[in-house]
Ligand binder design. Structure first.
Ligand code: UT7
Length: 320
């Protein structure tokens, strides 16, 4: 039994914000942002919410997969920016699409979240508990940015990506995941403050903060080693892989991974230029773009890799 992606969908907010737009409200420039990151514009929510984009992405993925709400056993949303602490975004999706039979819950593994959700679904399938799942990465990161901090807010965007996965004869061939909580504070965001008058709140960090260079170093060493691990486990080499769909954090990270693996950058599709970094949503949105462009053909071998907050990482190699 393997876990196969049988449909994809995504949803981005309507509002496009270019680097030039940002340079009108803060001390930055298109030159600085695009040369350091590859980002030219991102979509940011106005009316949209994490749930509304997730619901739309789910409907598109289900239509693409040819499944109905009754077919869904499990809904997992990877997010650090659900609209509510409870109910979960996945429960909101369940209600909106009418997947009454499904079990629904959210997970937090930041930018690796979609990869972790894929692995959880795979474990459920292997144990025989469920057969069909809807898995998503969805974020409204613009809500947790300090818009006075140009070193972080220009990097991130909003959006949702979904995939329908099913127990099948082919699909996921090998998987690697890991966490390094000791380095967690290099990319951090505080939750709601304690308002209880009986306690003093020692923390004063409300929005996202990042030591960009530490995250960069982590990504360019961990991602290639994680990808090599899944290829070894699957008995494949980089030459066997048609595409490497990586978390979209920075074009320089992607170029460095390509160089370390000795693979042409042409095999690394990107959505970074028009989406920015959308944490857990990056990989499924990129996959949906590849799918809808007709890049993915049955039998192709694809590597997926997510990395980021936690710190966490997860890679998989799969047959399409
Ligand atoms: O999902 C995973 C999450 N994150 C990542 O993967 C991020 C990984 N890290 C990176 O991508 C890079 O470290 C960044 C793109 C975040 C930053 O690039 P950098 O080359 O490491 O820049 P820096 O932080 O060393 O800053 C260089 C300069 C500083 O000015 P001074 O001190 O040299 O005068 C910053 O103040 O650039 C300045 N700067 C900016 N200037 C214009 C920082 N942000 C901006 C900005 N516009 N938006």
């Amino acid at each position: 039994m393997r876990t196969r992606i049988i449909g994809t969908g995504s949803c981005l907010p309507e509002t496009v914000v270019t680097n030039d737009d940002l340079s009108k409200i803060m001390d930055t420039s298109d030159e600085w942002i695009s040369s350091r990151t590859g980002i030219r514009e991102r979509r940011l929510v106005k009316e949209e919410t994490t749930a509304s984009m997730s619901i739309e992405a789910s409907k598109r993925a289900m239509e693409n997969a040819g499944v109905s709400a009754e077919d869904i056993d499990l809904i997992i949303v990877a997010t650090i920016t659900g609209d509510h602490v409870t109910p979960s975004t996945s429960c909101e999706i369940q209600a909106a699409i009418g997947a009454d039979r499904a079990v629904a819950f959210d997970i937090n593994a930041a930018c690796s979240g979609f990869m972790f959700a894929l692995h959880i679904a795979d474990a459920y399938f292997k144990s025989g508990i469920y057969k069909t799942a809807l898995i998503l990465g969805a974020e409204t990161l613009s809500r947790i940015m300090d818009w006075n901090d140009r070193s972080t807010c220009v990097l991130f965007g909003d959006g949702a990506g979904a995939a329908v996965v099913r127990a099948d004869d082919t699909g996921l061939l090998a998987y690697d995941q890991g966490s390094d909580g000791a380095k967690g504070m290099v990319l951090a965001c505080q939750n709601r403050k304690n308002n209880n008058p009986l306690v003093k709140n020692p923390m004063d960090m409300e929005y996202t903060s990042m030591d960009g260079q530490e995250v960069y170093k982590f990504a360019v060493t961990k991602v290639p080693s994680s990808i090599k691990k899944v290829l070894d486990e699957a008995g494949l080499t980089v030459e066997d892989i048609d595409y490497f769909a990586l978390h979209q954090a920075n074009i320089r990270i992607i170029q460095s991974v390509a160089k370390r693996l000795k693979v042409s950058e042409d095999k690394f599709p990107t959505s970074l230029d028009h989406c920015g970094n959308i944490s857990a949503a990056s990989v499924p949105i990129l996959l949906d773009e590849m799918n809808r462009k007709g890049l993915l053909k049955p039998g192709m071998k694809i590597v997926l890799s997510g990395f980021g907050g936690g710190l966490t990482w997860g890679s998989a190699v799969l047959e399409w």
